[in-house]
Write a protein that binds this ligand. Structure first.
Ligand SMILES: Cc1cc2nc3c(=O)[nH]c(=O)nc-3n(C[C@H](O)[C@H](O)[C@H](O)COP(=O)(O)OP(=O)(O)OC[C@H]3O[C@@H](n4cnc5c(N)ncnc54)[C@H](O)[C@@H]3O)c2cc1C
Length: 286
């Protein structure tokens, strides 16, 4: 196996697209190195992106934030501007693993590993995040909800790398939140994850996005759930409609962490709690 650590995205993309054998992008390695050690993969080439300066930055731009693909969970949590603007995205990413994992893990690795239960992905989807995808011939911007196509599967073509994630500029009176349910207190995989992002105008919810994790083969953007709370002050009826829309969108598996029935129910309960937190963060008053 060859190991390369290019200094630019262009160099990384060239290495990736030229490789005839099996090549992997290595970000934090907290998924990839586990799979390597368990002999689940047998790469010919590993392309470490951590030495690419552009991928290590969190930049405030005219349109929001640009977060490099190699930025760790720890770096994200240390960015005061990001925590203030997108607390839900940061709290979701900071739930991944332990202190040791936080020092290495990335949002983009979490996204490209394509687990249905990935914690940062629903938060990114609710936030309207986009992935900056760079290939040999072109660069494109893809909504995060269009990256994961199934468990372990993404829409990235051979030779494509995600260079960064962009988060839009936050309008005033906005808030987001992510909650997950796990059977243990930490270091476990979500049974259900729910992210809500919303903006209030003249006291009522004007815009909202709701995303669910761990309840279907891919993280879901649930438009009916957002519609249930738009135009409301998040009163009891709106919360019940939100919960019903979230539960109806679930198509989960049955496993040792939770039955189908349990996951469907918990999705509704968590959605109400996450929406209340997002509403409070947006300065909403009931
Ligand atoms: C002990 C432990 C606890 C964990 N707990 C959680 C948890 O609570 N919640 C959770 O969601 N996950 C958890 N994970 C899984 C893992 O830590 C996360 O998915 C993490 O975010 C992966 O990021 P990474 O940078 O380490 O990815 P890597 O392992 O480097 O890469 C993961 C995949 O993404 C691809 N990839 C990485 N970067 C790019 C890129 N820029 N462009 C294209 N493809 C790319 C890689 O080729 C690989 O296929 C845990 C893992 C461990 C070992």
């Amino acid at each position: 196996m060859r190991y390369e650590s290019p200094k630019t995205t262009r160099e990384a993309v060239t290495l990736l697209s030229k490789e005839k054998g099996e090549a992997f992008v290595l970000a934090g390695g907290t998924d990839l190195l586990v799979r390597l050690r368990m002999d689940m993969i047998d790469p010919d080439l590993m392309i470490d992106i951590k030495r690419i300066p552009a991928m290590n930055e969190i930049k405030k731009t005219a349109t929001g934030f640009k977060i490099g693909a190699a930025v760790s969970g720890r770096q994200l949590g240390a960015s005061k501007a990001l925590v203030k603007a997108w607390p839900g995205v940061v709290e979701a990413t900071n739930l991944i693993g332990s202190d040791q994992i936080q020092g290495r893990c990335t949002m983009v690795g979490n996204l490209c590993n394509a687990s249905p239960a990935a914690d940062s992905v629903p938060a990114m989807i609710a936030a309207g995040a986009k992935a900056v995808v760079v290939g040999k011939a072109k660069r494109r911007t893809v909504a995060v909800e269009n990256i994961v196509t199934g468990p372990g599967q993404t829409s990235l073509a051979k030779g494509e790398i995600i260079e960064a994630i962009t988060l839009p500029k936050r309008p005033a009176k906005s808030g987001d939140a992510y909650l997950r349910f796990i059977p243990r207190t930490e270091m476990d995989i979500a049974v259900v994850g729910v992210a809500v992002s919303l903006t209030c105008k003249r006291g009522v919810i004007d815009r909202a996005r709701v995303s669910l994790g761990a309840v279907a083969p891919t993280p879901l953007l649930v438009k009916q759930a957002a519609a249930a709370i738009i135009g409301t002050k998040l009163d009891k009826e709106a919360l019940e409609n939100l919960a019903a829309a979230c539960s109806a969108a679930c198509n989960p598996i049955d496993d040792k962490r939770g039955t189908v029935e349990y996951r469907v129910r918990v999705a509704g309960v968590l959605a109400k709690r996450a929406a209340n937190i997002a509403f409070e963060r947006a300065g909403g008053k009931k």
